[in-house]
Write a protein that binds this ligand. Structure first.
Ligand code: DCP
Ligand code: MG
Length: 362
């Protein structure tokens, strides 16, 4: 059974685990290999397969210590057998990963989707139009949104990891601006940095104020007025969440939440940057404003990882019949919202032991 890119494959039974393992004998099945396959599946519009690979990568990350290829194969079996064709199982995953990495489509899709503001659909359209490089994009006068123009202009910086120190100084810059407009408001570093990662692709900052309602409009003050020269790009979205709308997850599938939010690119002064002619660097910053009553949910939702969030929400739904999102937790059996003043209380409502941010990296 082999799969056709763009379609989800039929379930493939694993060869008996005692005779061979799904990694194709001794070919290394690494987390990176699985992530490449997940990415490639996403590029082909096959979200189911992409998710299966992501899950398998995550299982691999969580496995204790050194396992034999066979044990590894057994642990990953169910997720992988659904996603890899028989031919891949036989030839070895590493052969398949190499094929993917060398393919023109994968390489071009990767190049384009790394532009801020470019998703799989746009990248795929450009690929079909025969565009292959960033220079092609410029020379052909391809129509770009303002966001994509900024993404292209700062392509190199935005694809250079943000160091923790850089994230912290941006946090302080925002904190100062916020204090000027709304004394008492707080700024919290969320995302991967809160999970203890030393570097990340952007800086996720969560803003709130201890008095409900005072936080409204804070972003336009921070994003638009003070540091004209410091913000290279920004677009804001107003808060569109209303409790009376009920417990449904906010928005469509692609909409994470409905907080007042500012997607921006900051100009960060950096000293002694090796090889750089200029003393600054463009950094992606997401600013999100949460009313204090929703803050613990927003913090939990914006700390990630994406995989942790997905699994936690799935657990809430399947095991507890509750709807968890970045705004609220709703109990569908009791028909009520469960308030929480901290992340700890959310875990308590879910009947789970508290998981500290550094253990949410799966
Ligand atoms: N998030 C989510 N679903 C999305 C977008 C975000 O659950 N569609 C949550 C989980 C993420 C957090 O928001 O961890 C921040 O998103 P990032 O994309 O910034 O991811 P990280 O901060 O975890 O990683 P990175 O280091 O790449 O920034
Ligand atoms: Mg982040």
């Amino acid at each position: 059974v082999s799969w056709v890119p763009g379609t989800d494959p039929p379930p493939t039974p694993l060869p008996s685990s005692s005779s061979r393992c799904p990694t194709g004998g001794d070919s290394a099945l690494s987390q990176e290999a699985l992530e490449t396959l997940a990415e490639e599946a996403g590029f082909s519009g096959s979200e189911g397969r992409s998710l299966a690979f992501t899950r398998a990568a995550s299982v691999l990350k969580a496995l204790p210590g050194q396992l034999s290829a066979l044990e590894e194969g057994q642990a990953l079996g169910s997720g992988l057998s659904l996603s890899l064709g028989q031919d891949v199982l036989e030839d070895g995953v590493s052969v398949e990963v190499e094929r993917v990495k060398l393919s023109e489509r994968y390489r071009t899709m990767k190049l384009f989707t790394k532009i801020f503001g470019v998703g799989v659909r746009t990248a795929s359209r450009w690929y079909q139009e025969g565009i292959r490089t960033l220079v092609d994009l410029q020379e052909r006068n391809t129509k770009l949104t303002r966001q994509q123009q900024a993404g292209l202009q700062h392509y190199e910086d935005l694809n250079t990891p943000v160091e923790r120190g850089e994230a912290e100084s941006i946090g302080r810059m925002v904190q100062e601006a916020v204090q000027r407009f709304l004394p008492g408001a707080s700024v919290t570093l969320a995302g991967g940095f809160r999970r203890g990662k030393p570097r990340g692709h952007d800086v996720d900052l969560l803003l709130t104020h201890p008095e409900a309602g005072r936080e409204a409009g804070l972003l336009s003050a921070v994003c638009l007025s003070p540091h004209q020269g410091l913000i290279l790009y920004q677009h804001s979205q107003e808060n569109s969440f209303a409790l009376h709308e009920g417990p449904e997850p906010p928005g469509g599938r692609d909409v994470l939440d409905r907080f007042e939010r500012c997607f921006s690119i900051f100009r960060l002064e950096v000293q002694g940057r090796p090889g750089a002619a200029r003393g600054w660097k463009a950094v992606r910053v997401d600013l999100v404003v949460a009313p204090v009553g929703q803050f613990p949910f927003a913090l939990l939702g914006w700390t990630g990882s994406r995989h942790f969030e997905r699994e936690l929400r799935r657990f809430a739904g399947h095991e507890r019949k509750m709807v968890l999102n970045s705004h609220t937790l709703y109990d569908t059996r009791l028909n009520l919202f469960l308030p929480a003043a901290s992340e700890e209380e959310i875990f308590q409502h879910l009947g789970l032991e508290y998981v500290p941010p550094t253990q949410r990296n799966a």
